[in-house]
Design a protein around this ligand. Structure first.
Ligand SMILES: [Zn+2]
Length: 496
């Protein structure tokens, strides 16, 4: 998953995947990471990853390094500030093969916006602006790594009342602000009072798969959705008047209760949605001036055959020139991921599931395109399959195993169950369940997780990932994890 490596493959013969994954390279000494012999790094250590002839004696800066039986080696090298010279010497029966790497350890850069001065607007002065693209993040701080408060749809109207570096400050309530990149909005005009929207109608409806809550507004406002213990809360900002405040709604389908409460001084309208079952996914978007909240209905799960009739979306990480992590002997993560996904598809289909893929060959689908395909798939569950690597500063012998990443609360149980079942069946180390904001974990529908099956840069795990049988077992373990999750969900729901 981590883009530690980026390798450009110029001329490349298209050979069967099996050939790639099972054929060891025989070059005397090759280093796959660092990717260039002269580079800058800010971490306190890096690692040298590569391969040599299995019988060679290998030294890195005069320290003996273990060469594994497939020729792989991985060594952590501490870095001093400034220029570091790293000498790699591989001695086999005939000769020394040497390579020298120059790594410049540089201080970490602070984001530019952090240093930029804050430009306050006059108290009643606002820039009236609109969002240029769907899925634009609104952040807690003026920094591209800051927490995402929510995502905005194209044409959402914002009131801007300050600027810091590349970011505008967005006024949400008298006491709550957020930040948006200035290149993400178009400014219409400067106005001398904040503009508020009116809600003319709120309605509930349903079809086979979803419940809908539709809100007609005078213009699209920012909103934020929070997952609660029994459903969802949705806050609409900059609302002058909501006709739904006093209404009693006839609920149906998944929605057990629905109430609207507006707070006058804050100009926030909050929707409280209580669900009959656990949350199976939701999405919100604008259709013109209508805000649509779409809530997934609980699936019918066959206790004898839990995957029967379930749609699963599978994403094989990376592809084409986007290789992902590179193992010590040069095998690319993208090929390992794709092979596991193909095996998983066959097993899931035998279980009666419908399977959709982002790719089934060595093509690269852009990340946001993958997320869009996922959101539009009507799948119940999305799995993105990867094999892991680490960033400089970590120790690949310490941190390894299987991990499952999620972002939304609704996907925690799925992540935990997959982690439990996969580590148990494969015997891999438990590398944890983690909340990560990633393109493939952020969508709130389908339930989305990303599995790091094992590490490409851990010599033993790499060897396993290259075994056909291990990849087959990984696909079977993931299937068992999905079945267990679906069965547990039925049990939980029959208690309620
Ligand atoms: Zn990856």
């Amino acid at each position: 998953m981590k883009k530690v490596y980026k390798v450009l493959v110029g001329c490349f013969f298209i050979l069967p995947l099996v050939y790639f994954l099972n054929t060891p390279r025989s070059a005397a000494l090759q280093v796959v990471y660092p990717k260039t012999q002269n580079t800058s790094i800010s971490a306190a250590s890096t690692f040298i990853i590569g391969s040599t002839t299995p019988e060679a004696k290998l030294k890195i800066n005069d320290i003996d390094v273990k060469v594994h039986d497939n020729g792989s080696f991985v060594q952590v090298v501490p870095l001093n500030n400034g220029v570091n010279e790293i000498k790699i010497d591989s001695l086999d029966s005939k000769e020394h093969n040497t390579m020298t790497y120059i790594i410049n350890r540089v201080p970490q850069k602070n984001p530019e916006s952090a240093q930029a001065p804050l430009e306050e607007f006059a108290p009643d002065e606002f820039i009236y602006a609109a969002v240029l693209k769907d899925n634009t993040p609104l952040r807690a701080q003026p920094d591209e790594y800051a927490r995402r408060l929510t995502h905005l749809s194209k044409d959402t109207v914002l009131m801007l009342n300050g600027k810091k570096g590349e970011y505008y400050r967005v006024s949400l309530t008298p006491s709550e602000n957020a930040w948006i990149k200035s290149s993400c909005v178009v400014n219409y005009s400067t106005i001398n009072q904040k503009m508020f929207a009116a809600v003319s109608q709120v309605s509930l409806s349903e079809d086979k798969l979803y419940n809908y809550i539709k809100t007609n507004l005078s213009f699209p406002v920012p909103y934020k959705i929070t997952e609660t213990a029994d459903g969802l809360n949705m806050e609409l900002y900059n609302i002058e008047k909501n006709t739904a405040d006093t209404m009693l709604f006839q609920t149906s389908g998944e929605v057990k209760s629905f109430t609207v409460n507006s707070v006058a001084p804050d100009k926030i309208s909050t929707y409280f949605i209580e669900l009959k079952n656990k949350l199976w996914g939701y999405d919100a978007y604008y259709e013109g001036n209508t805000l649509v909240l779409k809530i997934r209905k609980a699936p019918d799960i066959d206790k004898e055959n839990p995957l029967n009739g379930i749609t699963v979306f599978l994403d094989a990480g990376h592809g084409s020139e986007e290789a992902g992590a590179i193992g010590p002997t040069g095998i690319k993560e993208k090929d390992v991921n794709l092979d596991i996904v193909k095996k998983l598809k066959i097993i899931l289909e035998k279980e009666g599931a419908k399977v959709l893929l982002t790719r089934n060959d060595d093509t690269n689908v852009p990340l946001y395109e993958r997320a869009k395909m996922m959101r539009e798939s009507d799948a119940l569950i999305s799995l993105s399959i990867h094999a892991n690597a680490l960033a400089d500063g970590a120790d690949p012998y310490e941190k390894h195993g299987t991990s499952v990443l999620y972002y939304n609360r609704e996907a925690v149980e799925l992540a935990k169950t997959l982690r439990d079942v996969v580590t148990r069946k494969l015997g891999t180390k438990d590398d944890g369940v983690g909340m990560y904001s990633l393109v493939m974990t952020r969508p709130t529908m389908p339930l989305s997780v990303l599995i790091e099956v094992a590490y490409m840069i851990h010599p033993d795990e790499y060897k396993l990932l290259l075994e056909e049988n291990f990849r087959q077992q990984a696909a079977e373990a993931i299937t068992d994890g999905l079945k267990e999750y679906l069965l547990n969900s039925v049990k939980t729901e029959s208690i309620n």
